[in-house]
Design a protein around this ligand. Structure first.
Ligand code: HEC
Ligand code: HEC
Length: 209
């Protein structure tokens, strides 16, 4: 194992040992092992491919954790990043504490994440977004709880790109029980080329969180 991975593991184990000493761990303690990858404020860590989480609503966070736990996301056909997250579900608290953890994450704050992509065409991306994405994710990319469509505004640009690729290439949203993932997979297939992806991401990034 490379040294950074080893030290990360050590950090997680230390945090876990600490958490288990407390009688009833508070939400911050429940989040501590996640911070090793996602950051202290859930601001994300591009080097680890661990995305920002604090722009997401608790209901979506819970739904994704459930998918990772049940192998609907992060299975054998998934990206390495998704498999790493699936493996990290062992760090999650018992089911009855998951809502506390999800609410805690959604209440953390951080500034806009740094741009990592060469600029796409925001205006062209906006037209595509209105045509193909806004009906579910909202015109301002704020998400729609009733449709299970997450907020996209505030997400890391590299993560949006990774996920659109993963959906298009059948690495996410393939499991037959992953109903909402399959919906999104069909939509990602409609973005015909790399430029269309970059443009739509430029539009999403222009929207306030
Ligand atoms: C070893 C690093 C690592 C640890 C530890 C980790 N994660 Fe992750 N997490 C990731 C990566 C990488 C992804 C991106 C998966 C992908 O690309 O599909 C991710 C994705 C997620 C997502 C999905 C976000 C979205 O927009 O769909 C949630 C929610 C999440 N993690 C929550 C947690 C929680 C809660 C913990 C603590 C129990 C945790 N993670 C611990 C690496 C990690
Ligand atoms: C039919 C409704 C629908 C449409 C239209 C739609 N999406 Fe989605 N999208 C979803 C749902 C539902 C999810 C959550 C998938 C899951 O539960 O894994 C999602 C998830 C995503 C994610 C992953 C976010 C994350 O945090 O992991 C991205 C990125 C995304 N959509 C982008 C787009 C873009 C860009 C378009 C337009 C090309 C689009 N979506 C159109 C329903 C839709």
């Amino acid at each position: 194992m490379p040294a950074p991975v080893l030290s990360l593991l050590g950090l997680m184990l230390a945090t876990l040992a600490f958490a288990s000493q407390a009688e009833v761990p508070d939400a911050a303690e429940l989040y501590a092992p996640c911070a090793a990858c996602h950051g202290a404020s859930a601001e994300g860590n591009v080097a680890l491919r661990a995305p920002r989480l604090n722009h997401l609503r608790p209901v979506y966070i819970l739904a994704q954790l459930d998918k990772f736990q049940r192998g609907l996301r992060g299975g054998a056909d998934a990206t390495l990043a998704a498999q790493q997250m699936a493996a990290s579900t062992g760090l999650l608290p018992p089911a009855e504490r998951l809502p506390d953890l999800a609410i805690y994450i959604s209440e953390l704050e951080s500034g806009p994440s740094a741009s990592t992509l060469a600029t796409g065409d925001e205006a062209a991306g906006g037209r595509t977004f209105m045509r193909l994405c806004g009906a579910c994710h909202g015109a301002n990319a704020g998400g729609n709880v009733a449709l299970n469509a997450p907020r996209l505004a505030g997400a890391d640009d590299w993560y949006l790109l990774d996920q659109l690729h993963a959906f298009r290439e059948g690495q996410r949203g393939r499991h037959r029980e992953d109903r909402t993932g399959r919906q999104m997979r069909n939509m990602a297939a409609m973005l015909d080329d790399e430029q269309a992806l970059q443009d739509v991401i430029a539009y999403i990034r222009s929207q306030a969180e």
